[in-house]
Design a protein around this ligand. Structure first.
Ligand code: PEP
Length: 257
């Protein structure tokens, strides 16, 4: 059985001090969670949050990385730098980066390889825009993004990553995909994995849903067989809501200690 994974994407929010306050609330409310829990603060708060997470079950993730390990790349942050800070995960190819910062499938692929090379678990985001969905191009777009990101990777490498299906029209809009829409797209992604890397890999890879997940809709989404977790934006900034989503994941998949 795939262990659910709930990740909070704090985006460009919170000073270090605010981030520490949030993670302290999460530590208190998420005592020994039975699912994997990850928080992804902005780069500037990673060190402060890392210092709060030693000997806890909450893991640290970053929101992006640059593919070269070091060099003349002003403003960039590399995979070994993130690993050095205690990051274990990294979001890659978020739609906000694809839309506003020129992230292409090729760049996503390079970042993904760099993350794997430095022991970070990539959370690779894919998903269609509303226009693409309305033009019945969801599967085509998701296929291009998955294959563009993962091509040339070994079964072992693919088995080590997490995918997040995040329909762009559902991100930060309050309009989540229905459980049936999420399940349909995520079953499709799992079929792509099976076709490319075999059934055991496809069965092992965790696929999160992301897009306006909150305390009220999480359970039904997470009850879908191919929804193995959630990537949570807005609701992850509220300790109570994020805790409720983590608990829904445990309930949906009946995870016991
Ligand atoms: C996200 O940022 O990945 C996300 C899904 O945001 P939200 O939950 O706010 O829609």
């Amino acid at each position: 059985m795939r262990r659910p994974v709930i990740a909070g994407n704090w985006k460009c929010n919170l000073t270090s001090r605010e981030a520490v306050a949030l993670v302290q609330q999460l530590k208190a409310s998420l005592d020994r969670p039975t699912v994997d829990v990850v928080v992804c603060p902005p780069f500037t708060a990673l060190a402060a949050v890392a210092s709060q997470l030693t000997n806890t079950s909450i893991a640290l993730g970053a929101q992006d990385l640059f593919w070269e390990p070091q060099g003349a790349f002003t403003g960039e942050v590399s995979a070994p730098m993130l690993a050095d800070l205690g990051c274990r995960y990294c979001i890659i190819g978020h739609s906000e980066r694809r839309q506003s910062f020129g992230e292409t499938d090729d760049r996503v692929h390079k970042k993904l390889r760099a993350a794997l090379q430095h022991g970070l678990t990539p959370i690779v985001c894919v998903g269609e825009t509303l226009k693409e969905r309305e033009a019945n191009r969801t599967f085509e777009v998701v296929r291009r993004q998955v294959q563009g990101a993962l091509h040339g990777l070994s079964a072992k490498e693919v088995g080590a990553l997490i995918l997040a299906y995040e329909p762009v029209w559902a991100i930060g809009t309050g309009r989540n995909a229905t459980p049936a829409q999420a399940q349909e797209a995520q079953a499709f992604i799992r079929r792509l994995l099976k076709d490319g890397w075999g059934a055991p890999v496809a069965e092992a890879v965790r696929i999160q849903y992301g897009g306006s997940v909150n305390a009220s809709n999480a359970l039904e989404l997470l009850q879908q067989p191919d929804v193995d977790g959630a990537l949570v934006g807005g609701a992850s900034l509220n300790a109570e809501a994020f805790t409720a989503i983590v608990k829904s994941a445990a309930e949906a998949k009946l995870v016991t200690r």
